[in-house]
Design a protein around this ligand. Structure first.
Ligand code: G1P
Length: 298
């Protein structure tokens, strides 16, 4: 029987070394696209998909995330006193119902698979989603919601998928496709970060997953893989054939930004700012000027 997906894991234990020195003192998930932290985009997407229980797998130095989702009584009182209702409403979007978020520590950085496994007791025997906040997806219908709808038909395990340039496969989990049905593909294998020559395709895993709780047991048996880490990709791949659960790739509709890289983060910042009524005109004028200067310099 397929069950509703109401739990999501947010692996947020990473050190964010690519964004040093900023990440020396703040978690990378608090870094902002325009004026909202990366993690807020992930939470909003999860909420839209019907997620009720939010499980953060954190690490030392990440307590700013807990403060971010707490209420801020003094700040709220101050805004109320000043009659700043609009800002108060903005602030309310960060409030979570009591008990909706759980924080678990991943004590050692052993990899994404291990981070997910750290949440096994809270997942129990239910299917669950995993959202990697580094992957920000702009879409009319939020990506995880698209997947939850598709999963209602397939069950099993589902990963978000996107074609990437063949020379980029070594940055991703890559799907070995059994049957391509268009939006949906069934998968007969998965490889974490293969060299282009070894990649079974250029259909890459993007950071959204809906997984069977059986994956937790498999992670426990998964040996170190790419980069010496316990990989989620390997554990999902090990599910194929091991149970009646299928593994599916879902080509989502939307634009994905790799906010784990500086270039991707900047692109997302520009794209999200251009989508905003209060910023579009000023920013696009600036971008046009920059393009002219750039052209003149060449
Ligand atoms: C992780 C996963 C990888 C996936 C990628 C998507 O890698 O291990 O399979 O393709 O996210 O962003 P990371 O980027 O954390 O190295």
């Amino acid at each position: 029987m397929k069950r509703k997906v109401t739990k999501a894991i947010f692996p947020v234990a990473g050190l964010g070394t690519r964004f040093l020195p900023a990440t020396k003192a703040i978690p990378k998930e608090i870094m902002t696209l325009v004026d909202r932290p990366l993690i807020q985009y992930a939470i909003d997407e999860a909420r839209a998909a019907g997620i009720k229980d939010f499980i953060f797998v954190t690490a030392r130095g990440k307590s700013a995330l807990e403060d971010y989702f707490d209420i801020a009584p003094n700040l709220e009182a101050e805004l109320r006193r000043a009659g700043k209702t609009e800002l108060l409403n903005v602030l309310k979007t960060t409030n979570m119902e009591s008990g909706a978020i759980a924080y678990i520590r991943q004590q050692k950085a052993l990899g994404l698979g291990h981070a997910v496994w750290c949440a096994r007791r809270l997942i129990g025997n239910e299917p669950f989603a995993v959202i990697l906040p580094d992957d920000v997806i702009a879409a009319e219908k939020p990506c995880l919601q698209q997947m939850v709808e598709a999963y209602a038909e397939t069950g099993g395990n589902m990963v978000a998928a996107m074609e990437v340039p063949p020379e980029k496969t070594s940055s991703y989990g890559v799907l070995d496709v059994k049957e391509d049905m268009g939006q949906l593909v069934s998968v007969k294998g998965m490889v974490e970060k293969p060299k282009p020559a070894d990649a079974p395709s250029n259909l890459a895993v993007i950071g959204r997953y809906i997984l069977s709780p059986r994956v937790m047991g498999t992670i426990n048996k998964t040996k170190q893989g790419a980069g010496g880490e316990i990989q989620l990709t390997d554990a999902i791949a090990a599910q194929i054939g091991a149970s009646e659960d299928g593994v599916f790739g879902y080509r989502f509709r939307g634009q994905r930004f790799d906010c784990g890289s500086k270039a991707g983060f900047l692109q997302a910042t520009v794209a999200f700012a251009l989508a905003r009524d209060d910023l579009r005109d000023e920013l696009s004028e600036f971008l046009r000027e920059m393009a002219v200067i750039d052209k003149a310099a060449q």
